[in-house]
Design a binder for this molecule. Structure first.
Ligand SMILES: Cc1ncc(COP(=O)(O)O)c(C=O)c1O
Length: 453
């Protein structure tokens, strides 16, 4: 299938594919038949062969305002000509403050400060360092243990890799993993919750395991618990009803910081600026990136509540309160893009559209129940996943799995860009999505599910 529309940008062909050591890609396979994207507009990408491709995953869960939004593009262009760079160590530029105020105003409760970085991975590192330093400031330096969760994804730095609950991502780096980490069980319960719409009914009790883990290590040694409110990268694992509330209550009981990693779930993905607001559970620290500026300029952010920030503001005024920061923390281009993105979210009612389309999304995705290989369908907000029976005859690494095959066919035969992880097809369209795009996606998925063995 090909609509063969002309790409809005010249279809640049690379002269050599060799030098690029690609991230998270089976690159020998990729370089034989590259999926090359050369342009984008709104809901669509353009391939180097001229095809118009539906973007069913907002890039990597990040292009929430749709591609090449003119207002965001213009803000970046303008800023590049005004102030390309200024340090934020002991100097600053006004946009960093404007952006911080603007973003904090969108956060729930007393989340009222934000520390900037350049990616979700860095936002997570920052959150963990913030939690460690917080307990020192509070005179409890023994509180250093971190509790993460199986099937978590917190990025690729040493910290995030350690916290991650994906064995394959960790084992190669075993020697570099941080000590002092333990893991909650994940909440995916196919037997009881398959084909749940929104939050599953069963599984709040998975949070009780936190009591046992705390008892094992002693609360006096535990700094924080970190979870994604909805685990995204390991296949859209929606929190069971009551689960996040329980985590919050147990953290409160034992004086432990709760960190929500909202790198995916922020900025309208679930219809509000944060999943914290949607689930009505307030963490102490909240990480963000991606949709913060619609994926246009690298930016990460670690938000914290007033009591966390206040704990740092002690000692002499010439002492640096938080010994941490990146050369590009609060980069002017990232800030300009973030401010314009926030304008677009408001002016175009994109969070409202996310809420409206979430209902259409749910019905459309669940209409695929009963199609070949489908063993579960999950959704919340504009996140969705289809889990496939992996089959038993394929050799891991040597042969493509079913989800890989579906992903590949979606690109080459159905002009659609989406994600897969393990046996799961994962989707998260830009928030500008309309019913016609969802219909198109589901029709294409149906064709592909029926064409794979
Ligand atoms: C929950 C979560 N945390 C952290 C990250 C890492 O973000 P980045 O790839 O920008 O470093 C991701 C990326 O998908 C994520 O989903």
């Amino acid at each position: 299938m090909s609509s063969a529309k002309a790409a809005p940008t010249p279809a640049l062909k690379p002269n050599d594919l060799e030098a690029h050591f690609m991230p998270y890609t089976p690159q020998r396979n990729f370089k034989k038949k590259p999926r090359m994207i050369t342009g984008a507009k709104g809901m669509f990408y353009y391939a180097d062969d001229g095809r118009e491709l539906l973007d069913a995953s907002a890039g990597l869960w990040c292009v929430n305002a749709g591609h090449n939004h003119p207002k965001i593009v213009e803000a970046i262009r303008h800023q590049a000509g005004v102030l390309d760079y200024a340090p934020n160590f002991a100097f600053a530029h006004p946009l960093a403050f404007q952006t911080a105020s603007r973003l904090c105003a969108e956060m729930p409760g007393d989340i009222d400060h934000v520390f900037f970085s350049n990616s979700g991975s860095e936002a997570v590192d920052t959150a963990i360092k913030m939690a460690m330093a917080f307990w020192r400031m509070k005179g409890k330096p023994a509180k250093t243990k971190i509790i993460s969760r199986e099937r978590a994804y917190h990025g690729v730095n040493i910290c995030g890799t350690t916290l991650g609950g994906i064995p394959a991502n960790r084992k190669v780096f075993a020697g570099a993993m941080m000590p002092n980490v333990d893991w909650l069980p994940h909440t995916h319960d196919l037997a009881r919750n398959a084909f749940s719409k929104g939050q599953p009914e069963h599984g709040a009790n998975f949070a009780n395991e936190l009591e046992s883990i705390i008892a094992l290590h002693d609360a006096e040694n535990v700094a924080c618990v970190i979870v994604e409110p909805v685990a995204g990268s390991t296949g859209v694992l929606v929190p069971p009803k009551g689960y996040l509330e329980k985590l919050r209550a147990i953290c409160d009981k034992h004086d432990i910081l709760l960190i929500f990693d909202e790198v995916i779930t922020g900025w309208g993905r679930l219809g509000k600026a944060s999943a914290s607001e949607v689930f009505n559970v307030l963490p102490d620290i909240l990480t963000s990136a991606k949709g913060i500026n619609s994926g246009t300029v690298p930016m990460g952010a670690t938000f914290c509540r007033k009591h966390v920030y206040d704990a740092f503001m002690q000692g002499g005024e010439f002492g640096v309160e938080f010994l941490h920061g990146y050369t590009y923390s609060g980069h002017p281009l990232a800030c300009a893009a973030a401010l314009a993105t926030q304008d677009v979210y408001k002016e175009e009612g994109l969070f409202e559209n996310s809420v409206k389309m979430a209902k259409v999304w749910e019905t459309a995705l669940h209409s695929l129940k009963g199609q070949p290989h489908v063993i579960d369908i999950r959704n919340i907000g504009l996140m969705g996943a289809i889990e496939l029976d992996p089959g038993t005859t394929r050799k891991p690494g040597a042969e493509p799995g079913r989800a890989w095959e579906a992903f590949d066919k979606m690109y080459w035969e159905q002009d659609t860009v989406m994600r897969f992880t393990g046996n799961v097809l994962a989707m998260s369209p830009p928030l500008i999505v309309e019913e016609k795009h969802i219909d198109l996606l589901v029709t294409r998925l149906k064709t592909v599910l029926n064409s794979i063995a």
